[in-house]
Structure formats: structure tokens, C-alpha cells
Design a protein around this ligand. Structure first.
Ligand SMILES: *Cc1c(COP(=O)(O)O)cnc(C)c1O
Length: 413
């Protein structure tokens, strides 16, 4: 191989209109780029981390002392949460799409005994883990959770709050209640709901662990900070069992955020090299969320999702999702089977929509951080144009009339 230095990498401006990441907020980018050169123990960096911890507790509606954020993306937070699951632990996991499917795999990896691991290292079949498969597009209901926990009485139960693979909202109330009733510690993948939905952790006492991400509802940069929150019961269990990790052990990781022995201390202590730039970005994303208010933001998502939903239905598509930040749809019969082609065409033009990542093939269009008339109208027009290119019958006037009727007089504009 010959040695070469490549030209500088240039990445164009695109419209991130998928399930996530969303378009990073300009204020967040400014905070990231504007941070001074500083190491991870510089006073303002440590103060920023502590302020982030307090803001995060406020946004997430919790008194959990162990509320902080893990360097990385959603999977980093999830791995930190799952680190408390030890080989042989009894687990029931509910999977109804791509992401909860990977979460269930992670749980099988964590709970597998050494022999089970050796037998199938990349896909261990852990006898102590029961995975309840709910079909793509269907929600995990309270009844499903109730029945499985009554039968298996596990130590841990797992569910995704919002399954982004199929755009499905799962019954978190039913899940929490069933966990309480059967003494299971609930674990929730809240990667796509935090910062979009208006909910409070402390309203769900059956849930012991929560994990989210920076770059979806919080509008921060990927690979900055992924929020987690754990109850005292979760931490007690971890204190007893330990975890097979240093960097993703919640007890060690929390120290850098000024959480020691379940108490807030004034200053964090070294755990790993945190990034002042990432802290600055995360801090601004949390300020943004608090300034806007979750109730207002959640209402705004519902309004704009409704417009996008009605517009794609007007275009002949069938919407199968119920998430306020994301539409999952089937193309009209005449374009069925051409989903990948359509998505590729859109992406080639800087309009970043997504297919589903597991069967069946569907199209996913998201509105993270696109909560205004101009952005949603642009998404609708770009999508209509892409359908027309493939030979779809598009009534442009009907689409414009729909947008005008929804936005013309409403506050949502
Ligand atoms: C996006 C997503 C993930 C993965 O998050 P990354 O930030 O890509 O690591 C996991 N679970 C759900 C429900 C998601 O939406």
C-alpha cells in the first residue's frame, strides 16, 4: 500500500430527517466550537459537569442521585445500564424491533455463563434470559409484560420506551406497574424518548435503570454525553454484584460527575478523560431543553408529526408508527418494493431519510429539531418529489393546500 495524505475531509450540510441523529442545534455547535482549550480537571469543566447533572435531573424528573451522562452514544449508556446484569441473572426482555432486539442481544451477552458464551460467542443463548418477541409494528403492552413477569419472576425486566425501528410507543406505565408487582428491577431504553416526550422518571417506581443518548431528543452532538439514571436499588445491586467493566461501571463513572456514595460532592474526581468541548455542548443542549420546556416541546412534536403524517397519507402512503418524532410508512402499492431506491435517491440529494434496519422494509422520516412550518414543509416537498421521480402520482396542489390549511392560521407556523 502506498502512503498518502488525503485532502481535508469536507462534509456537506444535509437535512438529517431520520430517526436520529437530528440536526444538531446551532447553539450546541457554537458552544462546542467556542470552548477554550482546557483539560478534563479544569475548574469550569468540572463545574459544567455538575451543572449538567442537576439540569438532567430536572429534565428527567428524578431525585435519583445516580443521574449523569456517559461519554459516547446511546449504546454507551445502555452498556453502562446493562453492566449490572451478571452471568446467570434471570432476565425477561421484550423485543419489538431493531433496537430492542440489539438490547436483548446485549442482555444475553451479559447474562450468559462462561460455557454459554464459549458455545456461541457472538450470539450467546443464555438460559437465564427469556426474550419475548413482539412482532414489528406492534407495541409491548402492559398485559404482555404482566403475563411474562408473573410466569418468570426475573431479577431484571427490559423494554424500549419508544422502539425506533418500527416507530412504536410501548406501555411504560404497564411495564413499571408489573415490575413493582413482581419485584423485578425494570431497565428502560429511553434513547429516542428523552427530550421529545414529557415524562418524569420518578412517576415510574418499578423502573430502576434508564439510558438515553445525546443526539436525538436533546439535539446535542453524537459522541458527547449519553444520559443515564439509576435508583438506589439498582446501585445497591451493583454494589453487591460488581460489574465486569471499569469504564462503564455506573458507580465509578458517577464520581467524575460529583456523585460519591450516593451523595453529591462539590467536585468530580478523575475517572477517564472527559472532554470540556463535549461538556460545553451537552450543557447548552440541556439549557435549551429547559428553556423551551418539555411540555411545550412535546406538544410541538405532536402538532408537526400530525402534519407530516397527513401529508404522506395524502401522497398515498400508509403510516404504521405512533411516535411523535418519527413517521414509519409503507409506500403506495405502485411503489412497493422500491423503498431502498427512494431512500438512496433522497440521501444522494442531502435529504437524509432512512429505511427500517430490520424486516419488513419501510421508510422512516423524522422531525427531530425540525419543529417549524418551513422545515416540515421542506421535508414534505422533498419526499413528494422523490416519489414523483420514481413515477408516483403526486398532486402538488393538494399537498400545498394541506400545508396551508394546517399552518396558514395555526400557532405551529
Ligand atoms: C438510536 C437508538 C439506539 C442506539 O443509539 P446510538 O446513539 O446509535 O448508540 C438504541 N435504542 C434506541 C431505541 C434508539 O432509538
Amino acid at each position: 500500500m502506498t502512503f498518502q495524505i488525503f485532502p481535508p475531509l469536507e462534509i456537506p450540510e444535509t437535512l438529517a430527517a431520520g430517526p436520529g441523529p437530528g440536526n444538531t442545534d446551532a447553539r450546541v455547535l457554537q458552544a462546542f466550537a467556542g470552548a477554550g482549550v482546557a483539560d478534563h480537571m479544569q475548574g469550569d469543566v468540572l463545574r459544567g459537569m455538575i451543572e449538567c447533572k442537576h439540569m438532567l435531573r430536572e429534565i428527567w424528573g428524578t431525585q435519583n442521585a445516580y443521574t449523569f451522562a456517559v461519554a459516547g452514544t446511546g449504546w454507551s449508556a445502555l452498556d453502562t445500564m446493562f453492566s449490572a446484569v451478571m452471568p446467570g441473572d434471570k432476565v425477561v426482555a421484550f423485543a419489538n424491533g431493531t433496537f430492542s432486539g440489539i438490547d436483548a442481544l446485549t442482555l444475553r451477552i451479559k447474562a450468559a455463563t462462561p460455557a454459554e458464551h464459549a458455545a456461541n460467542p457472538l450470539d450467546p443463548q443464555a438460559a437465564s434470559v427469556t426474550v419475548i418477541e413482539v412482532p414489528h409494528g406492534k407495541p409491548v403492552t402492559g398485559e404482555i409484560v404482566e403475563a411474562a413477569l408473573a410466569e418468570h419472576k426475573p431479577k431484571w425486566a427490559f423494554m424500549a420506551h419508544w422502539e425506533t425501528g418500527s416507530g412504536r410507543i410501548n406501555d411504560i406505565r404497564g411495564f413499571s406497574d408489573a415490575c413493582e408487582r413482581y419485584g423485578a428491577m425494570g431497565l428502560i431504553d429511553a434513547v429516542s424518548s428523552l427530550g421529545v416526550d414529557d415524562f418524569s422518571i420518578d412517576d415510574y417506581p418499578g423502573i430502576a435503570g434508564w439510558a438515553s443518548c445525546p443526539q436525538k431528543g436533546l439535539c446535542c452532538l453524537p459522541l458527547t454525553y449519553a444520559p443515564v439514571s439509576f435508583t438506589d436499588a439498582f446501585i445497591d445491586s451493583l454494589m453487591t454484584s460488581g460489574a465486569y467493566t471499569y469504564v462503564h461501571n455506573p458507580i465509578f463513572e458517577a464520581r467524575h460527575w460529583g456523585i460519591v456514595d450516593g451523595q453529591d460532592v462539590e467536585k468530580g474526581t478523575y475517572h477517564r478523560t472527559h472532554s470540556g468541548y463535549a461538556v460545553a455542548a451537552f450543557h447548552e443542549a440541556l439549557r435549551l431543553t429547559l428553556q423551551e420546556g418539555l411540555a411545550k416541546r412535546a406538544a410541538s412534536y405532536r402538532i408537526h408529526e400530525r402534519v407530516l403524517r397527513d401529508a404522506v397519507v395524502e401522497l398515498g402512503c400508509e403510516v404504521t408508527s405512533d411516535m411523535p418524532s418519527l413517521i414509519v410508512l409503507n409506500l403506495p402499492p405502485e411503489l412497493a418494493g422500491r423503498e431502498m431506491e427512494l431512500v438512496q435517491n433522497c440521501r444522494a440529494r442531502g435529504f437524509g431519510i432512512w429505511p427500517t434496519l430490520s424486516a419488513p422494509v419501510q421508510v422512516r422520516i423524522g422531525i427531530l429539531n425540525q419543529l417549524n412550518r418551513k422545515s416540515v414543509s421542506r421535508i414534505v416537498r422533498l419526499f413528494a418529489e422523490a416519489m414523483r421521480e420514481l413515477g408516483g402520482q403526486i398532486d402538488r396542489d393538494a399537498i400545498e393546500a394541506l400545508l396551508e390549511s394546517r399552518y396558514g392560521t395555526s400557532m405551529a407556523a
